[in-house]
Design a protein around this ligand. Structure first.
Ligand code: 5GP
Length: 120
């Protein structure tokens, strides 16, 4: 698994307002913002405000309120970005083999073009 939560990780700093981001959506327990290195015409990250290192940590330890808020936020963000009709992909890299770079749980939303088959 991943090491314990590092409060100096880049998304923690974004949540504290120490680093700017291009916001897409915000809820009580989540923030959505555009990826700094977009891999699709629309590439947004949705993160919980709570200190969770990975999707596994979030799923195992977040509160029901946080989990509901998070999934509502993912759907709302895709809708407000205009992706609902054409479709989109969500993805959460989790741990070493997935190449997770930022140790604060984040869901990627990709859209705005035909994305091809998932790899792998
Ligand atoms: P991971 O590989 O951990 O799933 O993805 C991390 C993502 O965070 C990458 O797509 C990367 O471009 C994005 N990212 C890293 N640093 C920043 C940043 O400072 N601001 C924003 N908006 N995105 C970032």
């Amino acid at each position: 698994g991943l090491p314990p939560y590092d409060p100096q990780n880049i998304f923690a700093r974004i949540l504290r307002g120490e680093i700017p981001c291009k916001r897409a959506h915000e809820t009580t327990h989540s923030l959505a913002f555009h990826d700094i290195n977009p891999l699709a015409p629309v590439h947004v990250l949705v993160i919980p405000k709570g200190a969770y290192v990975s999707s596994a940590d979030f799923g195992a330890t977040a509160t029901p309120d946080e989990i509901t808020d998070f999934w509502r936020a993912v759907a709302a963000t895709a809708q407000l970005l205009g992706l609902e009709a054409s479709g989109y992909r969500i993805l959460a890299n989790t741990g070493v083999d997935a190449g997770q770079e930022v140790p604060h749980f984040h869901m990627h939303i990709f859209g705005g073009r035909a994305l091809g088959r998932m790899v792998p």
